[in-house]
Structures are given as C-alpha cells and as structure tokens.
Design a protein around this ligand. Structure first.
Ligand SMILES: NC(=O)c1ccc[n+]([C@@H]2O[C@H](COP(=O)([O-])OP(=O)(O)OC[C@H]3O[C@@H](n4cnc5c(N)ncnc54)[C@H](OP(=O)(O)O)[C@@H]3O)[C@@H](O)[C@H]2O)c1
Length: 259
C-alpha cells in the first residue's frame, strides 16, 4: 500500500474527476473512496489510461446498507462503478455491534478467495472491536481511523502493529483545521516545509499510510512533497506528546467509547 494516497470524501462529479486525475498525474497511486462518497464513477473517469496494476484502490461499504444489499453485491457494484475487476482493499466503514459482524467477516473472506478483493479491513474500530474480530477467528488487514498528532491513538497503533493490522490514518489535516496550527508551525519553519507536510510526515515516519483529501493542484503537490526530508527526534517527541487530544470526526454512528 503506498504510504500516500488521495482521500476523496466530499469530492464528486467533475471536481472529483479533476482532482483524482491531477493526483495521478503528479504521481499518486493510492485512492481512498467509499460507497458513501458517491464518486466511484468519477474516479473511474479519472483513472482512464493508468494501468490498473499500478494503482491501489480502497473502497468501503456501510454495514447499515446490508438490509438492502449483500456485501457481495455491494462489492460487485463498487467494481462495476469503478470499472475494475478487483479492489485492493474493501473496508467495513464502521463497526455496528447491533449487526452480525462475524458473518460480514466470513463474506469478506469469500470475496477474497474469489479474487474480487485483495484484502479486507475495517474502519473506525477501537481495540475492543478488533479484539472481538480476532476472537471470532478473523484478522482484518487494515483499520482506517482518525489519526494525527492531536489524536495520537498510541494504544490502538501498538495493538494494530502487534496484530499485523495496518493502521491507516484519515483526517490527517483535521479536515483543514490543523493546517494553521501554531505549534506545528515552528517545526515547519525549521524545515522550510509547511504545516501540512509536517503532519503527513509525522505519520509516514511511523509507517502509517495517509490519505489527505485535496482538490487543488497546489494542495496535491504540496501534500506529495513529503519524501525529501526527515523530522528531527525532538520534533517527533514534541508532536508525540501534544497534550490537547481532539477528535474531529464525531458522528452519530461512532462507537468510539467501546473499550
Ligand atoms: N473511514 C472513515 O470513516 C473516514 C472518515 C473521514 C475521512 N476519511 C477519508 O480520509 C480522507 C481525508 O480526510 P478528510 O477529507 O476528512 O480531511 P483532511 O484530509 O484532514 O483535510 C481535508 C481538507 O484539508 C484541505 N487541504 C488539503 N491539503 C491542503 C494543503 N496542502 N494546505 C491547506 N489545506 C489543505 C482540503 O482543502 P481542498 O479540498 O481545498 O484542497 C480539505 O479542506 C477523506 O477524504 C476520506 O477519504 C475516512
């Protein structure tokens, strides 16, 4: 999985197609989408001409939609909309303990056996949700969660690393709220880099893939230029120990208190 991808939440239609196309032209090879984002077809247009095998594509299904559509159908629909014959990663978008999660994992394993997905994983899972999955005998390949210096989920990261579950960071820029952060600014100035680049670099130095969403070429290029410098030990210590911990993603479906 490439360490840098483009997130596509709230990108739809021509702006989505333009942003993803521009990202691919810059050199991005990892695209994060979901049924919820309603942009598979736009991404399909953006990917035209780029060899499938060079791209890493993640999509997600909503467990709440399983009343209307099986996971297999949801996967087929994603493949058809994206114009591809396999997904690199298919994620359960969030945990819902009121639904039968174990059969979901079983169905995902079957999709993997059939070659429709290379791997399956989860998103927004806490350590406790992951422990449940492992106890049932299923091992997700990845857990995509909110993760940045202001929500450094150290225990979750350590657990994922120990269990060979790849933690993927979303909302690395706090949906834009962190790109003017004064604490990170001092570090950015000392490297001649931007705050955004420091935030992304902080994660990738921990081998955590990041998927910042950006619509303009300027932002996409800036976010791509994070492989030509290294944070100092003191920078990392500072970012690792920020006192204020804040979750930007607060939703009705969150189950973050399950510990
Ligand atoms: N699994 C889940 O439940 C879940 C939840 C949330 C997000 N995600 C995934 O993670 C991706 C990223 O999260 P997110 O979209 O919520 O927020 P984000 O990536 O933290 O922030 C996106 C915002 O930052 C701005 N931005 C990007 N690059 C910038 C730069 N270099 N300088 C200044 N501003 C910049 C963007 O502006 P412009 O658009 O104007 O460039 C946009 O407003 C999503 O798109 C989605 O793919 C997954």
């Amino acid at each position: 999985m490439p360490l840098l991808g483009i997130g596509t939440w709230e990108l739809r239609g021509k702006p989505c197609e333009r942003a993803v196309r521009t990202a691919l032209e810059i050199g991005y090879r990892h695209i994060d989408t979901a049924h919820l984002y309603d942009n598979h077809k736009d991404i399909r247009e953006a990917m035209r001409g780029f060899p499938r095998e060079q791209l890493f594509l993640t999509s997600k299904f909503l467990p709440s939609h399983l009343e209307n559509e099986t996971i297999a159908k949801s996967c087929d629909r994603a493949l058809q909309e994206l114009g591809i014959d396999y997904l690199d990663l298919f994620l359960i978008h969030y945990p819902d303990r009121e639904l039968p999660m174990k059969p979901m994992a079983q169905e995902l394993e079957r999709l993997k056996e059939k070659g429709k997905i290379r791997a399956w994983g989860v998103s927004n899972f806490t350590v406790r949700h992951l422990k449940d999955m492992l106890e049932w005998g299923f091992s997700p390949a990845a857990n995509q969660v909110e993760f940045h210096p202001y929500l450094y989920q150290r225990e979750l990261l350590e657990y994922c690393n120990k269990q060979n579950i790849r933690l993927i960071a979303y909302r690395s820029l706090g949906k834009g709220a962190l790109v003017a952060d004064p604490l990170v600014e001092q570090i950015a100035e000392s490297h001649g880099k931007t705050i955004t680049q420091i935030l992304l670099r902080w994660a990738i130095e921990k081998e955590i893939p990041v998927i910042p969403k950006a619509s303009s070429k300027k932002h996409l290029e800036e976010n791509f230029a994070i492989f030509d410098f290294k944070l100092k030990k003191a920078d990392v210590e500072k970012l690792d120990t920020l006192k204020l911990q804040h979750r930007f993603c607060q939703t009705g479906w969150s189950d973050f208190e399950y510990k």
